[in-house]
Structures are given as C-alpha cells and as structure tokens.
Design a protein around this ligand. Structure first.
Ligand code: PRT
Ligand code: ZN
Length: 211
C-alpha cells in the first residue's frame, strides 16, 4: 500500500487544530519539532509540515496527496485541487474596511480609490464581479496600518473577532470571502483510494461528534 502524504501548517493559527483533528482520527505521530516530515505510526501516512501558502500548490502538483489549509489561501493561489471536507475551524472572513470617518461607505464609493491587501487575486476577482475599478496595492503584512500611513484609501484583510480593525480605527463594509480550514486532495486521487476513504470516514465521525 502506498504511503500517502498530508501537508499541514508547520506553525501558526491552523497548526494545533490540524494536529488535533488528525489525532482524533486515531493517527499517532509526533508534532513538528525539528523535522519537516513525521511518519504516522499506525497508518500508511506521512505528515509534512509546511508554510500554509505552499500547501495548495504542493497538493495540486502531487508533492502531497492531501492538505489542510484555509480556503482564503486556496482561492488566492488559484490552485486546482479537490475540496474533500470543510473542517469547521480557522473560520474568518476576508473583508474590505475603511477608516471610521471615511466617506467611502459602499462598493460604488471605491471607484478610483486604492485598496491595500495581501489577497490581490481574490480582491480583483471580487471588484471585477461588482464592476468596480480600483487600484489594488499588494502589501505582504500589517495591512491594517496602511490607511493610517496614507498608503491606501481602504484595506482588504482577514477578520475574525474584528478587534484588529477596531484598534486601528477601521470599519468593515463588505464581505469578500468567508473561509475556514478545508481538507483538500490532489485531483483524481480520492475516489478510488482506500486510505483516503478510510480517513474521510473517521473524519466524518470526529466532526459529527463535535456537533
Ligand atoms: O507561517 P505561515 O505562512 O504558515 O502562516 P501565516 O502567518 O500566513 O498564517 P496564520 O497562521 O496567521 O493564519 C493561517 C490561516 O488562519 C489563515 O490563512 C486563515 O485561513 C486563518 N485565520 C483565521 C486567520 C485569522 N483567523 C485571523 N484573524 N488568519 C489571519 N488572521 C489575522 C488577520 O490577518 C488580522 O491581522 O488576524 C488579524 C485579525 O484578527 P481579529 O481577530 O483582530 O479580527
Ligand atoms: Zn502564510
């Protein structure tokens, strides 16, 4: 039986819950310490610990057979992969926000304005769909301070509690994408594969028990 590989986040917001859900599926393995690969002792599977941004493409290209990653990252990379199951954690929303006293209050008001984001592909698609022409500025981090610095009129970033927006004097007004962690697979491997089907069976019962 071929040993499958599943890619999960090495460290960050999804690491602990990814490890937790795989453990609850009865898989026994070491969490990342110094190695990037951890063999599962009681199932033909290896865990790869990666930056989340790399996971969709690694799965698309078959370097990993499966992966756990946020929908926002899958959509942004545009990777062509199969969605196997929503996992119910890592929930967040990609939102457009503006300074509290901004005169921008609707999508139409964004016409001709600048928006800073780390999600240019998703944002451009959204603006096109809504027929708004705006200047998308790509920033890799600390997007929330870009309006305060005069770098942009608006931002588009991930929000969960809304605390970060608030503490930077920003208010959200449009939801671009709601996201959660997803179990993905390389296209075409899941249907016929006994190990994947066994994992899905266990996963469904773990998720059902959580409801
Ligand atoms: O190192 P690596 O590249 O793997 O990780 P990363 O730093 O790129 O990602 P990480 O660990 O921060 O987030 C991983 C995934 O968690 C994201 O891709 C989302 O799918 C999901 N997620 C859920 C979040 C949040 N909630 C979240 N709140 N990702 C980021 N945030 C950030 C957001 O960018 C903003 O700065 O938290 C801030 C807002 O939070 P609130 O609670 O103040 O609204
Ligand atoms: Zn990342």
């Amino acid at each position: 039986m071929k040993t499958l590989k599943i890619a999960i986040q090495k460290s960050g917001r999804l690491n602990e819950k990814s490890v937790d859900i795989l453990s609850k599926c009865g898989l026994s393995f070491e969490n990342y310490k110094s190695s990037l690969i951890s063999p599962v002792q009681n199932f033909p599977l290896e865990i790869l610990f990666l930056r989340d941004d790399d996971i969709p493409e690694y799965v698309q290209d078959g370097i990993a057979d499966l992966g756990i990653v946020g929908e926002n990252v899958i959509e942004e990379t545009g990777a062509d992969v199969t969605y196997l199951h929503r996992l119910g954690f890592g929930k967040c929303t990609l939102k457009i926000a503006v300074p509290n006293h901004s005169e921008i209050n609707s999508l139409n008001d964004l016409e001709g304005k600048s928006i800073a984001t780390s999600y240019p592909n998703i944002l451009k698609k959204f603006l096109n769909k809504n027929q708004v022409q705006a200047d998308v500025r790509v920033i890799s981090g600390s997007v929330e301070i870009s309006t305060n610095l005069g770098l942009s009129d608006a931002i588009c970033d991930i929000v969960s509690t809304g605390g970060t927006l608030k503490s930077n004097g920003l208010k959200p007004f449009a939801d671009v994408l709601s996201s959660e962690a997803i179990l993905i697979a390389k296209n075409g491997i899941a249907d016929e594969n006994e190990q994947v089907q066994e994992l899905l069976l266990r996963l469904r019962s773990v998720l059902r028990a959580k409801e």
